[in-house]
Design a binder for this molecule. Structure first.
Ligand code: BGC
Length: 765
């Protein structure tokens, strides 16, 4: 009975939605039919907030923020600009200031224009509401993925949607569904890691958190997502941001496009285009990818937005357009709906108007773009509620939300090594702990970029209420017993990767006096071009610090606080324990100390392969011929392909044993589903979580198959001594791959299904 009502409810709400969507379409058409070309082009234009703020120029604003009335009038009334993004001077603002600012923008857009179309304000709030003082900062996406629990992604997005709306902003340029395949690339931390299935699962959860379980962004606690960056942004040849990638079509489809397909099916409202080039073609100029694939094949109906200044880049950087005007023509004709201009809007608007008048861009293309933009504004209810008021958001920055951010961090932090069960370190008043390393006493590196500013350099100013690693240890083990000495530190002049020696000798003396050394190494904050790297190895001064301390013979717990796996191969054998905390956010240090002290049992697992060498950077789904058996040196590898640690690896204080993997058949047809079970037992006395990972290997195929692919995962809790039977279902057609005709095919033959150390061969007929 209950099921019946459920179905009736679904049918009812679906038809209601259709009706609403039909009504919206009619409203959109009514407005569109009254619009001039100038008004339409204005809607397709997005400008940076600095352009209409008071200040010396369009890049730099005066602080505190004030809208420059003359500039705002010109942009919003004369040019009828439809969208504004970002903050001023790269800094977080209070919810009140956001409210006043966006209210004023809406006043211009709605009171003084003919059609009273509200502006849609967009922002990057990627692990919390980046640009709002007091917002809840969760772990970054890479950290969340390491929790192997998509609920954490849902929670982050749900809180972020709430707090972004509390800041008066309805549109968020998140989540990132790029595959973080290469640790050299400066934005790996913004992804859910290297695996397409993990990206898809976490991406889905995040979209539900942002847009709501019933995908209703009319709700004043939800935001419209802007999924990015479509597509193939990360695997560049150079490993540097916005440089060329060469990706065959079938690879693009099977690995990179797949997570976007799912996001589109879930109803993601907008998509941002990849700033880079694939196979020599800038994606912003690629009609095939934007229109044929994204619009037609994937059926995406929402708004397609450029990335920062990327139409200009077709001319100025990528040289596929002889002029800015030609660049605009190429991009709009390729299928772009809105241009993140974001400064020279007059040039964009005038040229686009000319192009339409000259017949170079068809009016139908313009109408198509504007329809989608107006529809998004209506779906967000901006015509009725152009701004939400922070006073209606009592949960903003609440304890309840902090707890969710803490939980995510505590589930993600990954124990990589624990020789002789060094950890946990019991809380005992006499234990002397030395915290050292450049990441030991600041909030900045815990959070990474996109935290109160683009590059994250202002975090210590905004997040002083939260605990650094040193502070969290002092709170737990007693101020008297915990000391901090940096040893080496970052040089804070914009050279994010440079370091200086501070007091290595003092650290060594102090280490001799301590029972444990908590060595906090890693990276400073960065994203995009400023994060481009020439050497993946951890900075030599950090390695020096580690080696000097190791000479004392004191047990060292290495804490890795980084956005990507920097090479630590030289010092790994010298460390008794290693914990990867990634970028765990404002509550990361509290979560870390709870793991070190044993209050929390670690359960994170790597969402990427942790390489051992700079010339051995492979994802776990490499080809058989990638496997090398020439490990150089006598290091203590866990991995098979010169990885220091494999994808999916992570220790617990509990010990788990897998047994009795059973599949329902040995021969399957294409329409069958594998039903499998496996027994998992916690053979220790310590309760804990384990993530069961199901992999498949296609043993022979017409395109060399990957050694394995993750197909399912599930995180379960087991009390000490407890045994559970875990079930998985896997439709056989999910074992298909994309062939050279760019089609999914399932070739008959043998496959292997494996869970941990167990596996079974099956035949697909
Ligand atoms: C980044 C995007 C971001 C946009 C707006 C670009 O530089 O690549 O990820 O959404 O700026 O801030």
């Amino acid at each position: 009975m209950r099921i019946f009502f459920f179905f009736v409810f679904i049918i009812f709400s679906c038809s209601k939605k259709k009706e609403l969507s039909g009504e919206l379409d009619q409203k959109v058409q009514r407005i569109l039919s009254r619009m001039t070309l100038e008004e339409k082009v204005g809607q397709m234009t997005q400008i940076n907030l600095t352009v209409i703020a008071k200040g010396p120029n369009k890049w730099k604003s005066k602080f505190p923020l004030e809208i420059n009335l003359k500039r705002a009038k010109k942009a919003l009334i004369d040019y009828k600009i439809g969208s504004v993004l970002n903050t001023i001077n790269n800094t977080a603002l209070s919810p009140e200031v956001w409210y006043e600012t966006i209210s004023l923008i809406q006043k211009y857009a709605m009171d003084s224009t003919r059609l009273k179309i509200p502006v849609i304000y967009g922002i990057d709030a990627v692990h919390g509401t980046t640009y709002t003082d007091g917002a809840t900062m969760f772990p970054q996406q890479i950290t969340t993925a390491a929790s192997w629990n998509p609920e954490n992604a849902y929670n982050m997005a749900m809180v972020c949607a709430y707090e972004t709306r509390a800041s008066g902003i309805p549109w968020n340029f998140s989540p990132v569904l790029d595959l973080g395949t290469d640790p050299r690339f400066p934005r790996q931390f913004e992804t859910f890691g290297e695996d397409p299935y993990v990206v898809k699962e976490f991406g889905n959860a995040m979209i539900k958190g942002y847009q709501g379980l019933n995908n209703n962004v009319l709700d004043k606690y939800k935001v419209a997502t802007c999924v990015k960056h479509f597509v193939g942004y990360h695997p560049t040849i150079s490993g540097k941001d916005r440089t060329p990638a060469y990706i065959p079509d079938h690879v693009l489809k099977e690995y990179h496009i797949e997570p976007f397909r799912e996001a589109i099916n879930l109803g993601a409202k907008s998509i941002m285009i990849n700033s880079g080039l694939i196979n020599g073609k800038p994606v912003h100029a690629d009609y095939n990818l934007i229109t044929n694939v994204l619009r037609n094949e994937l059926g995406f109906e929402g708004v397609i937005l450029t990335d920062w200044e990327d139409i200009n880049n077709l001319h100025s950087r990528d040289k596929v357009a002889k002029s800015i005007k030609e660049a605009i023509k190429i991009a709009i004709n390729a299928g772009i709906d809105m241009s993140m201009v974001p400064y020279d809007y007059e040039v964009f608007c005038k040229n686009l108007i000319d192009l339409v008048n000259e017949g170079e861009v068809r009016m139908s293309r313009i109408n198509d773009a504007v329809e989608r933009i107006l529809k998004l504004k209506m779906e967000l209810d901006l015509f009725n509620v152009p701004i939400t008021n922070y006073q209606d958001y009592d949960n903003f920055g609440s304890k309840k939300y902090s707890k969710l951010a803490y939980n995510a961090a505590s589930e993600a932090i990954t124990l990589l090594k624990n020789k002789d069960d060094l950890l946990p370190i019991k809380i005992n008043n006499k234990t002397k702990i030395l915290i050292t390393g450049p990441n030991g006493n600041n909030m900045r590196t815990l959070n990474g970029a996109w935290t109160y500013s683009w590059q994250g350099e202002k975090t210590d100013q905004f997040a002083s209420n939260f605990n650094t690693i040193y502070e969290a240890f002092s709170n737990t083990y007693g101020e008297k017993y915990v000391k901090y000495l940096p040893g080496v530190s970052y040089i804070d002049d914009g050279q994010y990767f440079e370091m200086k020696e501070v007091d290595i000798n003092k650290v060594v003396l102090e280490a001799k006096n301590s029972d444990y050394v908590i060595l906090c190494l890693g990276e400073n904050t960065y994203t995009e071009k400023p994060g481009d790297l020439n050497d993946l190895t951890l900075h030599k001064l950090q390695l020096k610090l580690a080696k000097e301390i190791a000479k004392t013979g004191k047990p060292i717990v290495l804490i890795l606080n980084l956005g990507r796996p920097r090479l630590i191969t030289d010092i790994q054998p010298l460390m008794k324990s290693i914990i990867n905390i990634y970028l765990p956010g404002n509550f990361g240090a509290d979560a870390l100390v709870d793991i070190v002290s044993g209050k929390v049992n670690p359960s994170g697992k790597l969402p990427y392969s942790y390489p051992a060498f700079p010339n051995s950077l492979l994802t776990y789904y490499h080809k058989p011929s990638d496997v090398q058996n020439n490990n150089q040196g006598a290091y203590n590898y866990v991995g098979q392909v010169n990885n220091l640690y494999d994808f999916g690896y992570g220790l617990s204080y509990s010990e788990f044993k897998y047994s009795n993997m059973i599949l329902n058949k040995v021969e399957y047809s294409e329409s069958d589903t594998i039903l499998m079970t496996v027994n998992l037992k916690n053979i220790s006395e310590i309760p804990g979580y384990e993530t069961i990972q199901v992999y498949s290997s296609d043993l022979f195929a017409s395109i060399t198959p990957d050694v394995k692919r993750l197909r399912r995962f599930s995180k379960v809790y087991l009390k000490g001594g407890e045994e559970k039977i875990i079930n998985f279902t896997l439709p056989i057609n999910e074992l298909a791959f994309v062939n050279y005709n760019n089609e999914y095919v399932l070739e008959p033959g043998k496959f292997k299904i494996s869970i941990n150390n167990l596996s079974q061969e099956i035949t697909v007929k």
